[in-house]
Design a protein. Structure first.
Length: 102
């Protein structure tokens, strides 16, 4: 998924902003996905343990609950798919309006 996201971002932003936009995307992906995901899974597991759930069952349930975030992700991707064709049509006009040589 990373390669599609970076390539889509690079296709939509001005040429002089591609490196920054790609780096920002990967930074947010790392911060939200790879850092926040395991932390929240552990927090949910700890909450379940505090409620008296067995250790193994708590981590299993926490992992299952944290995959529910994928529903939000799918919704965001479907929403982006609605606007992507229009943005691709307008990218040349937007670049010219900012003085970008094309």
């Amino acid at each position: 998924m990373v390669r599609f996201g970076v390539s889509t971002i690079a296709d939509l932003v001005l040429p002089r902003m591609r490196a920054i936009a790609g780096a920002f995307f990967i930074l947010m992906l790392s911060m939200l996905g790879m850092a926040l995901g395991p932390y929240l899974t552990g927090e949910v597991s700890d909450i379940l343990i505090a409620q008296g759930v067995d250790d193994g069952e708590s981590i299993r349930t926490a992992l299952a609950l944290c995959t529910c975030v994928l529903v939000i992700t799918i919704g965001c991707l479907l929403n982006a798919c609605r606007y992507l064709p229009e943005e691709e049509k307008n990218k040349v006009e937007i670049a010219r309006s900012y003085g970008e040589p094309i």
